[in-house]
Design a protein around this ligand. Structure first.
Ligand SMILES: [Zn+2]
Length: 341
């Protein structure tokens, strides 16, 4: 399938919201991990989102050219890689802190504006601005400006209020005060008042409910997904029928029941990074341990080309990550629900 257009992306989010499931949104850092995500979604018959952080995009592009260039590389290769598969894939940029707006979001949005003016689709279907380190009103003011600009070209904004604990892409601190891990109904009311509830453009909201980035043993994180449900009442109080489209960051290590509760309260996008990284690397480690004397020159031997050819372990890594992505699609209720088929 072609990559999701703006229209398709809106339909994907709507289908998840009304169908009671969430779209897996998986971080990629290379063509190999991108292929793994596309295949995993296709194997599950699920639509989904491919995303890159600032650091992930920089790595993907070889670092020398910078993060925005890396994101353009992702957007350039994704259409051909997704084309053979019968599911809808949308592109998204993940966490962009305020200090990277100028060198990451700005050039990407400007390029999308040029493309849309010329009758093409934007580079990305959605972008996250992560102003969670700012005071709430500063975060919302900057988010509102971006929402206006993105809405004009049909691109969706993702924003975060509250703080997702843990660390991702070098951002975040383990010492976040625990009360900041929970968004309050008052905060959610300010989001609805400042950004509207869709009439000023569509946005996806990362409201925090005790979620943390990274992998934690089940039970160590106190999730309170009912906070998201309280937020839906707040949105409806601002405008009848309005509801938030939520995104769940830091899903790794969550139980199926926790995921289902979050989805029941309006989560339409669930980010998956840590568990997918682990699946990929686990398969590489397995290959290296099993094929130790093939991948290395041991005691004067010359190893085996068939073992150290990067495709030998790369294929296993891709397959393992694809399987983890398919598992996520299953857990999120997205499997077999592609609107593209
Ligand atoms: Zn995140």
């Amino acid at each position: 399938m072609p990559l999701a257009t703006r229209e398709t992306y809106a339909a994907m989010l709507d289908a998840a919201a009304t169908g009671g499931y969430a779209l897996p949104a998986v971080n990629v850092t290379s063509s190999d991990t991108l292929i793994a995500v596309i295949r995993g979604l296709a194997d599950a018959g699920a639509d989904g989102i491919v995303q890159a952080t600032v650091g992930g995009a920089s790595y993907l592009g070889g670092d020398a050219a910078g993060a925005a260039a890396g994101a353009r590389v992702l957007a350039a290769m994704a259409p051909d890689l997704a084309a053979p598969y019968p599911v809808c894939i949308a592109l998204h940029t993940d966490h962009c802190p305020p200090e990277h707006v100028d060198d990451f979001l700005e050039p990407l949005v400007a390029e999308s504006e040029r493309r849309v003016a010329g009758g093409d689709e934007p580079l990305f279907a959605s972008h996250m601005f992560d102003g969670s380190t700012l005071a709430l009103e500063d975060n919302l003011a900057r988010s509102r400006d971006l929402l206006e600009r993105l809405a004009a070209i049909g691109v969706v904004l993702e924003l975060e209020v509250g703080v997702v604990g843990g660390e991702e892409d070098g951002i975040g601190a383990a010492d976040t005060p625990s009360d900041r891990l929970y968004t309050t109904p008052a905060d959610l009311g300010r989001v609805a008042e400042t950004l509207g509830t869709g009439e000023h453009g569509r946005y996806i909201l990362a409201a925090t409910f005790g979620n943390v980035h990274g992998h934690y043993a089940p039970g160590t994180v106190q999730l309170r997904p009912e906070i998201l449900g309280e937020g839906q009442a707040v949105a409806a109080a601002v405008r009848p029928q309005a509801r938030f489209d939520y995104v769940f960051h830091g899903s790794s290590g969550s139980t199926r029941a926790e995921l289902e509760a979050a989805i029941a309260h309006g989560v339409v996008k669930v980010n998956l990074d840590t568990d997918a990284q682990y699946a990929y690397t686990r398969a590489v480690a397995d290959h290296m341990f099993r094929e130790y004397d093939g991948v290395l020159h041991v005691d004067g031997s010359i190893g085996r080309k068939s073992a150290y050819d990067p495709r030998a372990w790369g294929r296993r890594a891709r397959e393992a990550m694809a399987a983890r992505v398919a598992q996520a699609a299953e857990e999120l209720g997205a499997a077999g629900r592609s609107i593209g088929a």
